[in-house]
Design a protein around this ligand. Structure first.
Ligand code: HEM
Length: 390
């Protein structure tokens, strides 16, 4: 009888001589028991035999022991608070968001195995992936997070990257995302390299990441000819978007539009992606990205480094201006509007959602939060399987 009631028991055990924890789970009267071990990332033990043996005994006997709470919860909470301060001081919201998207964006739903299928695994921190063309300039974001990784060793790199992005969105005035943590991170460069052999792990020179500008219509004299070329550019961009976001990542048209709205914050730089002519520093900046520009909605100062060009004027404020201001962006040479952006606004499958988000910021925030949560979990393996909340 007692056993029938005992469906799942889970308890933590910690070692008194080192910082290792064990989570032991027992399920049903004769059912499975499992154990896994959590060690801080800077911990040298691979297995702690005593703890392992104790975990086995406790679990097989279906005993419960209430140990300390999951150490990751407290670390994630503290880390989030510190990240808030850091992000506001450095105005680095956009690059942290982009880092998380590029970590997740390696996912390929056509592959089964973790971590070969790619996704939010923290693999972007290793050179082969970080050095790919699509990640140009992103090592700076990784440098920002390294001191947090050192201070909070129980927070995996997979979690840290996603935590920073969700926090950045909140700090920029965007939605609070119902995030799940407990990601297992790819642990080493060789492991990461094995993955890249199987999946389209790295964004190879734009092969896996949608290109910003596809065949722009240039040097055409006749208006009709120009329109035709633009139409081709828009159709190609829409095809490319679906190839990546639907076939590879598993998103719907509506989710694609919501996610693209993330570029309500952030900029492009000549020196990074090379997709625009504006570069680092005041001299190469657009009129909205100089150190004297007001890029917060409340006109407060502070933009991190000056330079580059943005999709919106208030490019450190997360709102729906990517959708409302697209006419400005199309006409103003100091704002970005690529063929891909035009496709979202013109393609029959994307257009209704684009227009809805322009009318209703609350709907955009709701849909963005859902799509972002999905993006942040692509390919992730959680321990425990249901993940942890903070
Ligand atoms: C839809 C396909 C996408 C394309 C073609 C695209 C393309 C680009 C390009 C060309 C840049 C500028 C890179 C540079 O020069 O530094 C950029 C920046 C950015 N992207 Fe995307 N992106 C896409 C999707 C996304 C998604 C899904 C997100 C997030 C959910 C995102 C977030 C950002 C952010 C925040 C920046 C600014 C980074 C910064 O200011 O440092 N993008 N994107």
């Amino acid at each position: 009888m007692a056993f029938e009631m005992l469906t799942t028991m889970r308890f933590w055990m910690s070692c008194t001589s080192c910082a290792m924890y064990a989570l032991v789970t027992s399920s049903s009267q004769f059912g499975s028991s499992s154990r896994w071990f959590l060690k801080p990332s800077n911990h040298s033990h691979l297995w702690h035999s005593e703890l392992k043996a104790m975990g086995a005994a406790m679990s097989d006997g279906c005993f419960a022991m209430f140990g300390p709470p999951d150490p990751r919860i407290r670390e994630l909470q503290k880390c989030k608070e510190e990240l808030k301060d850091f992000i506001q001081k450095r105005s680095c919201h956009p690059i942290l968001l982009r880092l998380a998207w590029h970590d997740s964006g390696t996912y390929d739903q056509r592959l089964d195995n973790f971590p070969a299928r790619g996704g939010a695994t923290g693999s972007i921190r290793f050179d082969p992936e970080m050095n790919s063309a699509a990640n140009a300039g992103m090592s700076k974001a990784l440098d920002f997070l390294t001191k947090f990784a050192e201070k909070y060793p129980y927070v995996s790199w997979g979690d840290l990257i996603q935590l920073a992005a969700a926090t950045a969105i909140e700090c920029a005035g965007g939605p609070v995302i119902d995030m799940r943590y407990g990601r297992v991170a790819v642990g080493s460069e060789p492991e990461q390299e094995q993955c890249s052999a199987q999946s389209s792990f790295i964004f190879r020179a734009g092969a896996d990441l949608p290109e910003a500008e596809l065949e722009p219509a240039v040097g055409v004299e006749q208006q009709q000819q120009q329109q035709q070329q633009q139409q081709v550019g828009v159709e190609a961009a829409a095809r490319q978007l679906r190839k990546i976001f639907s076939e590879k990542l598993g998103f719907t048209d509506q989710e694609i539009v919501a996610l693209a709205g993330a570029r309500t914050i952030g900029r492009a730089f000549k020196e990074r992606g090379g997709s625009c002519s504006f570069g680092y520093g005041d001299q190469a900046a657009s009129k909205y990205t100089k150190s004297s520009s007001k890029m917060w909605e409340d006109h407060s100062a502070g933009c991190g480094i000056a330079g580059g060009a943005a999709w919106t004027r208030n490019w450190l404020t997360f709102d729906n201006s990517y959708f409302t201001n697209h006419m400005d962006a199309m006409e103003d040479d100091d704002l970005l509007w690529f063929a891909m952006d035009a496709a979202l606004q013109a393609d029959a499958g994307f257009k209704p959602t684009f227009e809805l988000y322009a009318k209703d910021q609350a709907v955009f925030f709701r849909d963005y939060a859902n799509a972002h949560k999905k993006l942040s979990e692509l390919g992730s393996k959680f321990e425990p399987a249901e993940g942890i909340k903070i």
